[in-house]
Design a protein around this ligand. Sequence first.
Ligand code: AMP
Length: 513
Amino acid sequence: MARFESKIFGIDLGTTNTLVSYYDEIAKRGECCASKEGGNLTPSAVYFENTDSYIVGRDAKDTAILYPDRTALYFKRLMGETKEAIDIGGTVYSPQQLSAFVLKKVVGDANEELEENIKDVVITVPAYFTSAAKQATKEAGIIAGLNVRDIIDEPCAALYHIDSIQDLSGKRVMIFDLGGGTLDLIAAEIKDNEIDEIAIGGDTRLGGKDWDSMLQKSIRDRYLDGRTLRPDDEQDFENDVERAKISLTGKKESWFILRNDAEKIRVKVTRSEFESCTKPLLDRVRKTVQMFMDDLTERGITGFDKVIMVGGASRMPQISELLRRMFPDTELLQKDCDEAVAKGAAVYAKRIAQKAKRFSVRQSFTPKKLNRISARSYGIAALLGDYGEKKICNMIFKSADLPASVSKKFYTSIDNQKKVNISVYETTATERYAELDDRMLLGNCELHIEGELPRRSEIVVDFNLRQDGTLTVEGREPRGKTSVRAVMESRALLSANELIEQKDTVNKLIMKE
Ligand code: AMP
């Protein structure tokens, strides 16, 4: 039997590390491809040697402090927020392009290992990512020359993996996923053949990286007395602090040497010091989980059969202690923290391959169907009454079943109006009318009217939130007298032309080993 038959591969495109996976027909589970970096993880870091070549992975990560202007890290946090992540010699790279460099590297390594030519992939994204961030992830795949067959929430992918090694049918679970950059929560009910998402929550700006930063600050305050380190000493310091943090998961204290030019300081960190200086972060985790539970309680759901912990940073003892306190009667399960998301993406990819029936995939195991919900609410800015307050009028609500389609009527305000401007907002509000907040603006949609319509003509705006959580907005004139075109422009997403240009730029650069 061939080791893999599903020609759709999984990719966990993480804030800190990226992995490629495939469904192993013999082991009957997802497996990760080896990275040339050693192990399976490739750091999601890009270093531009000059304007013509780049390096991805460990070496890129290790040069970050020496060449901060030429190294891009943690750009996943910029996905969906901006088109401009780093300027290299006058060329501005988007977070989508930086992600594409990483995708090209990991797919190249996987192709060599598997002797494949990977094209079709499923990419995982934080469940709590915005619609724009999800769309930007698809754009990264396109720039990398991949055919993104679907994107799936990271905790759901992890659930597919855990369910493939230990049947969870009949259980209600919470997946707690604390990675390098994000905290993601999903509640799901697992049936014999289906997985129903029932709630999504999290914090897209809370992850292991924040524990590193707080520990760094505490050590600087204690040992450096306001002095700054030389760049290469700073690089070593940041790496040593992360290593110390990781070792404090298994040990009560850790040591390393802090070098500052000729000076060498022996630094000791204890687990209790680490826990006390990072307490504000643990409080944020507690509040996020509490809000998530409050929402569920309002809907009559008060507990789980299992809480499944994934993501490298969930290994910190403070996290399992917190969850044990919050869910005293629930079994905590921690398995394959670093690889569960990637492995589960491969299981889900197998489902897509089977559904498409394009490949000769064996029918011995059919991964469960995923019934998804929306992580956010979507609406438009509207005046309440002729002279009323301007508010967000939500059209699709958080936790709505996906795909979701909603239409709303608007009226032209003058004869022969040529344009209607609509601002689209994405919030976590659950009520029909929410306060306007420009930080929540997803994009502006312009309805272009071709033809002549009298004042107060009806125009219908359709919102369509796809299975993968990306939103499309369309406009139409219901009586069909004229055509109306709506284009949503987001400050962070690429137009068709920009996609082509950015792909060309990425392809022109040489990837160095
Ligand atoms: P992920 O995004 O799931 O790969 O998680 C990466 C994050 O997990 C980084 O911040 C790592 O420093 C952190 N991490 C990995 N292993 C451990 C560990 N044993 N203890 C604490 N943090 C860890």
